[in-house]
Design a protein around this ligand. Structure first.
Ligand SMILES: [Zn+2]
Ligand SMILES: [Zn+2]
Ligand SMILES: [Zn+2]
Length: 154
């Protein structure tokens, strides 16, 4: 049963990270760390790196720390928390940077309703250029209205 328990910890950590990402985006990136996030809202084009990429390092740190403690100490459940956090980080990068912003040209013409809904929601987030207004601070969880708009448009 240990494996079921471990998978459960990983899944719960992954799902919890969507909440953490939402909070961090709304209150840190659009808060006192706005200086790092701002150009992500203003730039149409990516250079290879943008200031916003600093957040990968900031968000990778707790995941890697949990993995390391889980592997090298008897506190093994931290390994699965670290796994959930790190998997979420990969998904976030894939969805946000590759799929939505096309840093690598891939899946641009997808018809997948979930991917289209995610992209529509995040594009709405980018419509707001200021620090204090905004919507859709999350990433993988898409409010239903963004799917409805899609149906209405097609
Ligand atoms: Zn933002
Ligand atoms: Zn910049
Ligand atoms: Zn973005």
């Amino acid at each position: 049963m240990q494996i079921v328990y471990n998978i459960l910890i990983t899944v719960v950590s992954f799902v919890a990270m969507e909440g953490v990402a939402w909070l961090a985006h709304k209150y840190l990136m659009h808060g006192w760390l706005w200086g790092l996030h701002e150009d992500h809202h203003h730039k149409e084009h990516y250079g290879f790196l943008e200031h916003n990429d600093a957040f990968f390092l900031i968000f990778a740190t707790p995941g890697i720390t949990c993995l390391a403690i889980g592997i090298y100490t008897p506190v093994t459940f931290l390994l699965y928390i670290g796994l959930g956090i790190t998997l979420y980080g990969f998904c976030y990068f894939f969805v946000h940077d590759i799929f939505i912003h096309q840093r690598i040209k891939w899946l641009r013409n997808t018809k997948n309703p979930y991917l289209l809904g995610i992209r529509r929601a995040h594009k709405m987030h980018h419509k707001h250029l200021g620090k204090h207004d905004g919507e859709c601070f999350g990433m993988l969880w898409v409010p239903r209205k963004y799917f409805k708009k899609q149906e209405a448009a097609s």
